[in-house]
Each structure stands twice: as structure tokens, then as C-alpha cells.
Design a protein around this ligand. Structure first.
Ligand SMILES: [Zn+2]
Ligand SMILES: [Zn+2]
Length: 213
């Protein structure tokens, strides 16, 4: 199997988890055998998050989407941002806060769960008042965590282990942008995303009655 960072292989990953007998877990209870915590940090693109969320719905998968409130790449208070949170909820997914340390101001858009964006080692595993920090024990446990950061699985793509049920339980961090936009490397994928955002930006300008002639 070719472990590409594309939606075909993402579908294979979710199928493997289903075949391995895993259940879609939320961060509202401590891990139990068979739990799969499917976590998405939405760092760059609301559109990619929506595409991934629809595919998961089609496959019967449930994830938790962590959203930034202070991103330079998207605005949750825009119509697109509000619609995205509403659609994620409609599709049956959970929504958590993707916070930039030390600020973790939760409001009623978010469940009581936080994931730090680009955390430093000195606070990443520390508890956060009033919320579950996804990287605190027991939700973060060595050997029960895989991440696709920068199109690189540090400990390998988990599709085989998911299929055979090799993990007692797992937290799987997937960044939607990496899978939704095409590219054999992170650089190619990010340039493809930037090209799409360029077109979207022209659309927003036209929608704002800017003369583009
Ligand atoms: Zn794979
Ligand atoms: Zn992040």
C-alpha cells in the first residue's frame, strides 16, 4: 500500500480502523481499550476541514476538530467560520479549542477540550484549568499517539496496526490541509493550498464589491 497523504489513503486509514474494531472516541472520558481519538488541528484551512469532515461522515467516522481563534489564515467570526463550525457539529463531530499558549479562553463554540498550537515541551503535557488538554495523561500516552506533522509519520503510517488492532487504543492527529491539497511533499502541498487560497481571495474581493477589472 502506498502511504500517500491524499484522501484515497485517508479513506484506507479509516477503513483500517473500522476493520480493527476501533470505536470513535471523544476527549470527554478517559481512554478505554478500543478507543480511537481522531484529532484534527485546523491550522490553515477551513475548507480542508469541511472536506475531511464530509468524508468522515460518509464513512461513519467521528472526529474532534480543534479550531484557532487567533489564526492569520482564517477567521471563525466570518460567515465561513460560523458556517464551518455549524457544519462540523451537524456532521456529528466535536469541536475543541486550538489555543496559542498562554491564552486558552474557551467560549460556547467549543467543547471543554484544548490542544495547544505548536506547543513547547515545558507546558505541552500540563493540565489546563476547566478543560481536558489532549496532550495530558492519560489521553497522551507514549506508544498510543501518532501524528502526520509536515507529511511525516515519525513512527510510521499506522494503517497496518489499525487494521490488526495492534494498538490498545490510539490518539491519531491528522492535519486536514496535508491530505486535502495535492502534493508529494509538504512544500508542494502548501503551494497547492496557497494557489487555491489565491483564487478564493479573488472571490472574496469580488464579493466585497472590489473592482477587479
Ligand atoms: Zn499507510
Ligand atoms: Zn496547530
Amino acid at each position: 500500500m502506498r502511504c500517500a497523504f491524499d484522501l484515497d489513503h485517508y479513506r484506507e486509514l479509516l477503513d483500517a480502523a473500522e476493520a480493527g474494531g476501533y470505536r470513535w472516541a471523544r476527549f470527554d472520558a478517559e481512554p478505554k481499550p478500543g478507543d480511537l481519538f481522531l484529532r484534527h488541528d485546523v491550522d490553515l484551512s477551513l475548507e480542508a476541514a469541511r472536506t475531511m469532515a464530509r468524508l468522515e461522515r460518509e464513512l461513519g467516522a467521528h472526529a474532534t476538530y480543534f479550531m484557532l481563534t487567533e489564526s492569520v489564515f482564517y477567521n471563525l467570526d466570518s460567515a465561513l467560520g460560523r458556517d464551518t463550525i455549524a457544519e462540523l457539529r451537524d456532521l456529528g463531530h466535536a469541536v475543541g479549542l486550538h489555543a496559542v499558549h498562554p491564552r486558552a479562553a474557551r467560549d460556547d463554540r467549543f467543547d471543554a477540550v484544548v490542544a495547544w498550537h505548536n506547543p513547547d515541551p515545558d507546558y505541552v503535557h500540563e493540565p489546563v484549568s476547566g478543560m481536558v488538554n489532549v496532550m495530558q495523561a492519560p489521553w497522551f500516552t507514549k506508544g498510543r499517539y501518532r501524528s502526520d506533522s509536515n507529511q511525516h509519520w515519525r513512527e510510521g503510517c499506522p494503517h497496518d496496526e489499525l487494521r490488526t488492532g495492534a494498538f490498545e487504543w490510539l490518539q491519531l492527529l491528522v492535519h486536514p490541509e496535508i491530505w486535502v491539497y495535492p502534493g508529494a511533499t509538504m512544500g508542494e502541498t502548501m503551494r497547492a493550498m496557497a494557489a487555491t487560497k489565491h483564487d478564493e481571495l479573488l472571490g472574496y474581493l469580488a464579493g466585497d464589491r472590489i473592482d477587479l477589472a
